[in-house]
Structure formats: C-alpha cells, structure tokens
Design a binder for this molecule. Sequence first.
Ligand code: NAP
Length: 288
Amino acid sequence: MQLITGQTKLLGIIGNPVEHSLSPVMHNAAIAHLGLDYIYVPFPVKQADLETAIAGFKAVNLKGFNITIPHKQAIIPLLSEITDDAINIGAVNTVWRTASGWKGTNTDAEGFVAPLKNMSRDWTQITPVILGNGGAARAVIAGLANLGCSEIHVVGRNPDKLARFYQSWSHTPNITSLLKIHNWDNLASLISAADLLVNTTPVGMSPHTDASPVDADLMQKLKKSAIAYDLIYTPNPTQFLKLAQAQGATTIDGLEMLLQQGVAALKIWLQQPVPVEVMRNSLRDCLY
Ligand code: NAP
C-alpha cells in the first residue's frame, strides 16, 4: 500500500454526488504503477460551498482536480483562464495550477477523439451524425471540429431544445458554420448517409440494456464502412453497438472516452507519459 506522508501531492475530483466516480480508480492505478508520491481523492462539495472549496484547494496546495456535476459551469468564474475547448463546450472538467491562478480545460473532446485518431480516415470528407443534444454532445461536437470535420449533423427529439442548442454555439462561429440540426423524424436518411454515428443519448444504458436509440430495422441502413460510437459504457457492448456490429460496422464503446479524458487530464497534471493500459484495465476491473 502507498505510504502517504507530508510530501504526498494531492489531486482530486469535486462533485455532488462524487461517491460513484471512476476517476479515483484509474488515476490512483496510474499513480501506483508509476510509483509517484501522489494521491487522487474524491471530494463531495455542495453547490453553495464551491468557492470555499476552491480557496481551500489553494490553501492545501492541491496540484489539480477534476470537476463533475453540478460544478462544471459554476467553476468557470473561479478560474483565471480557460482553454478554447472549455469555451466551446461551455464547461470545465479539469483544472491545474499556474503562476497566475487556476487554469481549466475540458478533456472530454480530446477523450472522445482519441480512439478516432488511430483510424485512417479523411475526417474532412466524412459525415458524422450525433444522436442527442445534451452536455456530452457538446464535447463530441468540439472534438469533431478539432478533427477537421467539415459538417456535423445533430439529431434531437425536442425541436425547442434543438433550436436553443444551436443558438448556444453562437459565440463560436467556426463551429456554428459546421452544425446541421435535424429532428428525429429525419433519422432514416441520416443513418444511410452516416460515416460516423455517435450515440450521446442515455438510451440503452443499464438497466435498459435491450433498448437502442436506432432500432434494428433502421440500423440495416448503416454502411459497413461506418463507425458506430456509443458514449455509454455499461453495458459493454450496448444494443446499439451490437446492431452496428451485425451490419459489419466498426464500433467504439464509451469506456474509451471515459478512459481517454482521464488520460488527457493526468498528462496535464504530471507532465509525463501515463500508463494507458493500466488505467484501462483498472476501469474494466471495476465496471465489468
Ligand atoms: P444529457 O445532457 O441529459 O443529454 C441527453 C440527450 O439525450 C438529450 O438531448 C436528450 O434529449 C436525449 N435523450 C434522452 N432520452 C432520449 C430518448 N429516449 N430518445 C432520444 N433522445 C433522448 O446527458 P449527457 O450528459 O449528455 O450524457 C448522455 C450519455 O452520455 C449518458 O449515457 C452518459 O453516461 C454518457 N456519457 C459518457 C461519457 C464517457 O466518457 N463515456 C461522458 C459523458 C457522458 P432531451 O433533451 O429531449 O431530453
């Protein structure tokens, strides 16, 4: 067991609730593997206590931390600087210390894109279709824009929310110009056109493991050459990915994004390569 002393450097995650976060599992596994004198601790922090908690982190010399619900937006005014990804997504999930104060970014976009970067595709020529227009879809859009996609199709079930979602990108004209918004009724034609089909809805998540945002009949329209990417990581694979596999499509599960957003954060804090396979295995052991 790791010996914690007065020299041990602190990392952590704040949220409410934070008890079920998998971040301590993967980060402490990596720290142990690297033999570093760090520890990553979950801190349950209520909304009303956020400012006090951040001041306390400075006082106890925390090196960096992750942020989860409900603080991903509320943290922004408490930071001295945020990255373009955090501006585009409108939320921060990773913070570290700089000479001028706390700096924040959002590693979800990088985490989403990481498994795609290993695939040889001309990303400027593909048609990506995103199912759902919630918080996770924002990171997917930012990631696809970084990848060089020249159009990004978003499908949602609520026209009012879809219109507000489109409006919410008005501060980033370079992304707004890529976005094409569609109602769920147009799904059939979009599935046949999709080279990358991403599920950012919770449909199919445990315990509703038989559900899929795209039914079996519609999934038959998916090209064999397409990539199906589900952000859900329990179950693994989801029904959505099973149907896509049956079509011969390439599939990516949500564990990769969860893992890679953590990998990106840990690299920022440690400024050195991190053991990705150790982190992946720690998540698999914990989840499955
Ligand atoms: P969210 O903000 O609540 O957004 C969910 C979206 O899905 C909304 O657009 C919602 O539409 C839509 N939706 C919900 N039920 C639907 C249904 N039956 N049919 C069609 N659309 C439906 O949630 P989120 O934070 O984006 O998270 C979404 C999923 O991604 C969750 O399963 C989460 O676990 C997963 N996730 C994974 C990672 C990872 O690292 N792998 C990271 C983030 C999120 P309405 O707005 O109309 O309700």
